[in-house]
Design a protein around this ligand. Sequence first.
Ligand SMILES: NC(=O)c1ccc[n+]([C@@H]2O[C@H](COP(=O)([O-])OP(=O)(O)OC[C@H]3O[C@@H](n4cnc5c(N)ncnc54)[C@H](O)[C@@H]3O)[C@@H](O)[C@H]2O)c1
Length: 251
Amino acid sequence: IVSLLFTSHPGGGSGIGRAVCQRFASEGASVVVADISEDSANETLGSLSHDLKGQAHMAAVVDVSSKQSLDKLVTSIQAHYFQPPSVCVNAAGITQDDFLLRMEEEQFDRVIQVNLKGSFLVTQAVAQALVACGAPKGSIITVGSIVGKVGNIGQANYASSKAGVEGLTRTAAKELSRFGIRCNCVLPGFILTPMTDKVPEKVITKMTSLVPMGRMGEPAEVADVCAFLASDDSRYVTGISIEVTGGLFIG
Ligand SMILES: NC(=O)c1ccc[n+]([C@@H]2O[C@H](COP(=O)([O-])OP(=O)(O)OC[C@H]3O[C@@H](n4cnc5c(N)ncnc54)[C@H](O)[C@@H]3O)[C@@H](O)[C@H]2O)c1
């Protein structure tokens, strides 16, 4: 990744997003940490290295489920850096688990709004900005989940949203390739983050026993794959999903 690479990471305030911001900053990127939580975004901002010349990070508040909020973010990024982000990793996501028989309509809608509609709005806002300024290339990475492929008890809303982001990404890849914009997904398995902190201990033990590599993943292990998809090492890769699962559910 070149030092002028400029990245934007909705959901960067915590867990996987934070690890992505840290990895990209260590590569010399100027990073925009965007999160619905201002405190989390600022905490991540404070953890970023800025040893390389020309690096200038910023934190911003965004709600990925709001077009207005994203437009405001992209405008403020362009005012700050005089260019749109060349790389965007959308790691914003929520869960509201319940069994299908009990799930409220609002629980379904909110998870779809943030995880699926949010991914559409992020992809659209960044792609529109890149195309409008005639940028030669861009890489948009969406954090899906292995659960979108295999389903998961208690997660009808979440699994649907994560299956949806893969269809979105494949479509975006087809439409945006002619503008030099690549779109890919990473599909984490079971990663140690504040999101998995909510999972009961006995479920953690059971899930870990299903992972061929015998352990949960680290956020940095997801960030490393994002770094590959952001870099020119993946310049002929678009519309795909890379599983980062330690072999969970490979068949
Ligand atoms: N942790 C795992 O095991 C795992 C597995 C598969 C997929 N994922 C996915 O990885 C991504 C990151 O999850 P994580 O585990 O780091 O969780 P996390 O809760 O630590 O991070 C999610 C971040 O998204 C932010 N966010 C929530 N709603 C938002 C909104 N409307 N707008 C902007 N930001 C918002 C939160 O404030 C938080 O900082 C999510 O998309 C999640 O679904 C996680």
